[in-house]
Design a protein around this ligand. Sequence first.
Ligand code: HSE
Length: 435
Amino acid sequence: MRDKDALRVAVLGCGSVGSQVVRLLTEQADDLGMRAGARLELAGVAVRRLDAPREVDVPAELLTTDAMGLVTRDDVDLVVEVIGGIEPARSLILAALENGASVVTANKALLAEDGASLFEAADKAGRDLYYEAAVAGAIPIIRPLRESLAGDTVTRVLGIVNGTTNFILDKMDSSGAGFAESLSEAQELGYAEADPTADVEGFDAAAKAAILASLAFHTRVTAADVHREGISDVTAADVRSAADMGAVVKLLAICELRETDEGPAVSARVHPAMIPRSHPLASVREAYNAVFVESEAAGRLMFYGPGAGGAPTASAVLGDLVTVARNLRAGTRGAGESAYAAHPVLPMGETLTRYHVAIDVQDRAGVLALVATTFAEHGVSIQTVRQEGRGADAQLVVVSHRATDAQLAATVAHLEEMDIVREVTSVMRVEGESE
Ligand code: HSE
């Protein structure tokens, strides 16, 4: 029999996350009801194929292929969207909000591309749009940025927000293997997809960086604003070079707030970088995620845990579901979008970075001076230089101080043209402690 006080939940998608959401909703119905202040009843589950094998038994009468019909039903109060992708997810979320439902989504790509439309629709409807599961799976990071740190000024967010690439880079670091071999192993173990592009080329991390930067800096940042480089060009030599200087290579999502001559501005980027092994993010191994937050009053905070997987991601979805159910019962809603600061987003060339550059050079008098002069000509200050013999040649490893990315890129292009330079063998940005 239907409980007339229950809140009715429609789940869109029954893949690895959706099936765990349905399982936990069913198995923990009593506890979830007590926490939410109303029983959460499954109203329906929208799927692509009714007869597809799935990890959870869903009563046949609850399954439907008509997702739009489900979200526009009068008896649906809460909608969980775990289909992913832009369409039909966007139309379904907009229709659900317009129909008066609150929405919980894990859809990072959609939020990063067109979060503005979704937040505006939620405002107009007076309903909640929650998305803790969209970034770093089970790790609570959306709520801390949106609520716990709402009284502070966040200056920097450094995240390992893609488990697949962290697994691959960790493998390269621990075994000395190259990228292709480590990717194959990640695929065999089920960490990487058959088409790994979204992960290894940084698209997944860039969407998450856009979401984190928007929240951290109260500014709309979209995926198109995020500078993106993946890890497919990271070589075993890069990883060895990092190890030689006590560092490790990680794919980082980096969001920063910086004072410029024109006032505060933000930047968001995803690229591989060397970080010192003493940095807390260096200890994040295998497919784990972590987000390191720096803020003016709180200082440094780190959030760590499983960033993907059905049950961990479902944990974040259910946390949101309980919260939006409580809000609905209380006739209120949680914090909506905060984009009042509207800071300009800096292009990559104006972002301040540090470079590690390894160069094979002729080993003769004046070569080091010529290399140092090239850095100086581009206004880049050198922090350290290391030289190793290479037969009749030498390898120079230069680590710069911070300069604009444009100055550093110009320095590398200049070095590549110099007669005394045999080859620039490794170029990678350096993040972490020093300036
Ligand atoms: N594919 C992602 C990862 C998880 O490897 O972390 C979903 O965002």
